[in-house]
Design a protein around this ligand. Structure first.
Ligand code: TXD
Length: 310
């Protein structure tokens, strides 16, 4: 059988369980699903395994409440925490989720000192920074999922507008995962053609704004809870790049050391991912406005990180 990494998914809620399901159905990884709620991960994992004869996957999943079971994980995906309710910003979740993610990271690194930590819990950029600090890991092994999702949302909105196949659109959204995210139209392409040649500036701005509001649009519909189908697909895209050591460039929340004029903070930029984590940050050409917006977004992340006094 080909190489299958051991992936721990922490949090068996909407995003965690759907991520686990996609990982095993695509035979990407063997999964440990862990949660504080007794029975929840066990029940969901058993239910998923019982679909194996029909879905024909060979990967396995085990549900647990014990961190011992996560021992030797190659990748740990952290989705544990509270999700947004209508009217809440991602920043409102800061202190509660910091407590949860901090505790989870401490447990996980004890059993998987060589793992890659992939953070999903909001506020995403701050939680990724916190995980990096708490883990003591080198920054290339701690990064977060946000840009992959924001870019997928933007790609879908463009496909809808141009009536083309969604996967033919390759979108690029940078910056922190918040209202200050930075869609980059010149690097957003349909079969290689930038959308700046296909759509009017007004249409592009409307799509940019809908992308920024993409999470809130779903929260408004659902009323309780937030998005999880596209978020889990986005996590799986990143885990797959790691598992296959593909070197795919995916917008990710990574530690910056001067790229784009930004230093010592986590922020969303195009990152090349492989088995060891972040291989490199791709520095794409940006307009002056985009550069300024990216720096402003990074400063907002830095201010929120400071609130945690780490
Ligand atoms: O783009 C992105 N990064 C995101 C982030 C996209 C979508 C959702 N995003 C965030 O992920 C969202 O704002 C939340 O902070 C997390 C998880 O969202 P989800 O929708 O999955 O929330 P749920 O369904 O409430 O699941 C959270 C689970 C739940 O089962 C809790 O029991 C569990 O987390 N939980 C814990 N598990 C382990 N250990 C601890 N301490 C713990 N505390 C809660």
């Amino acid at each position: 059988m080909s190489y299958k990494p051991k992936v721990t998914v922490v949090g068996a809620g909407f995003v965690g369980a759907t991520t686990a399901q996609r990982l095993i159905e695509k035979d990407i990884a063997d999964v440990i699903l862990i949660d504080v709620v007794e029975g929840l991960p066990q029940g969901k994992a058993l239910d998923m395994m019982e679909s194996a004869p029909i879905e024909r996957f060979q990967a396995s999943i085990k549900g647990t409440n014990q961190y011992e079971d996560t021992k030797g994980s190659d990748v740990v995906v952290i989705t544990a925490g509270l999700a947004r309710k209508p009217g809440m910003s991602r920043d409102d979740l800061l202190f509660k989720n910091a407590e949860i993610v901090g505790g989870v990271v401490t447990e996980c690194v004890k059993y998987s000192p060589d793992a890659i930590l992939l953070i999903v819990t909001n506020p995403l950029d701050v939680m990724t920074y916190l995980a990096w600090k708490k883990s003591g890991f080198p920054p290339h092994r701690v990064f977060g999922m946000a840009g992959a999702l924001d870019s997928a949302r933007m790609a879908y909105f463009i496909a809808e507008e141009l009536e083309c196949v969604p996967h033919e659109v390759d979108a690029m959204v940078l910056g922190g995962h918040g209202d200050e995210m930075v869609p980059v139209p010149a690097h957003t392409k349909v079969k290689g053609e930038p959308i700046t040649k296909l759509l009017s500036p007004e249409k592009i701005e409307a799509i940019n704004q809908r992308t920024r509001d993409g999470g809130a649009e779903i929260v408004k519909h659902l009323k309780t809870g937030s998005a999880f189908y596209a978020p889990s697909s986005s996590v799986v895209r990143m885990v797959n790049a790691i598992a296959e050591d593909s070197g795919e460039i995916i917008p990710s929340c990574v530690y910056l050391t001067g790229q784009y004029g930004i230093k010592d903070v986590y922020c969303g930029v195009p990152a090349q991912l492989g088995r060891k984590g972040v291989r490199a940050v791709a520095e794409i050409s940006l307009t002056e406005n985009e550069k300024a917006a990216l720096r402003q977004s990074a400063e907002h992340v830095r201010e929120n990180c400071a609130k945690l006094n780490l």
